[in-house]
Design a protein around this ligand. Structure first.
Ligand code: SAH
Length: 240
């Protein structure tokens, strides 16, 4: 008698739990609602560029997070999310902030270092940039290539070491680095076009965003926000 009561109670709990999970599962409308809420929050945080806000309202961020790491609603929260291999997709505010600072114009040739999930690359492509992106973890590069293609974004993803840049495609109007080197990688500055701009987080235990501009061959650098990004590793560091 006692056992059967426990069993039926357990059954009831299971049914309630399953029903609860079902009710919370996100459908397409939930995702777009979450995306709208994310954009409203970006606006409150001070992002003003309408083109950037519109692009982020459009790109389906949740699809860039591998299914195994996709929380029910967390894809649109203002925090980084895990994408596997110890890496993260940057929080929406940072993506918006860095993109806004670079004043992307249609047709700009942009180099991104650290493709990760492919989300930042998609936002840049949505703004009309011609995007080249380098990722050092082959499985992430494959994942990003697949999602970008499925979502209709024509982005060139290279599996390789971002410290080398992409000499065959240089010079670039914009370079966006989404992992943190200790210092500014000189090769990336070399691959910047005249009048080009670059944004990167730099430092190890303490990082800051740096914004560089190349004017008549000279480089002007401005320090910006303190940030926290995953480190930009060297090709040989990964094998250790
Ligand atoms: N922009 C990404 C987030 C990047 S996370 C997005 O929108 O999802 C940082 C990425 O940089 C990680 O995927 C990491 O593997 C990659 N990375 C680290 N060192 C690198 C290097 N030397 N060259 C290229 N990619 C690198």
């Amino acid at each position: 008698m006692k056992t059967s009561r426990i069993l039926s109670f357990t059954f009831l709990l299971t049914v309630l739990f399953a029903a609860g999970c079902r009710a919370r599962e996100a459908g397409p409308e939930d995702w777009s609602e979450r995306r709208r809420a994310m954009v409203d929050q970006l606006r409150r945080y001070g992002i003003e560029d309408r083109k950037v806000l519109n692009a982020m309202a459009k790109v389906r961020r949740h699809l860039f997070i591998p299914e195994s790491h996709r929380g029910k609603f967390s894809a649109y929260g203002d925090h980084p999310s895990r994408i596997g291999y110890g890496q993260t997709i940057s929080q929406p505010f940072i993506v918006a902030y860095m993109t806004e600072k670079m004043k992307i114009a249609k047709g700009d040739k942009v180099l991104e270092i650290g493709t990760g999930s492919g989300y930042q690359a998609a936002v840049l492509a949505e703004l009309g940039a011609k995007v080249y992106s380098i990722e050092i973890v082959p499985a992430l590069a494959d994942h990003a290539r697949k999602v970008l293609k499925n979502e209709g974004y024509d982005v060139n993803v290279l599996t390789g070491d971002g410290y080398k840049g992409w000499p065959e495609k240089a010079p670039f109007d914009v370079v966006i680095v989404t992992c943190a080197p200790e210092d500014v990688p000189p090769v990336l500055v070399e691959q910047l076009a005249e009048g080009g701009r670059m944004i990167l987080p730099a430092g190890r235990s303490y990082q800051r965003l740096l914004i560089l501009r190349k004017k008549r061959g000279k480089v002007i650098m401005v320090k910006d926000l303190p940030v926290r990004f995953v480190p930009m590793v060297h090709g040989d560091e990964r094998k250790r």
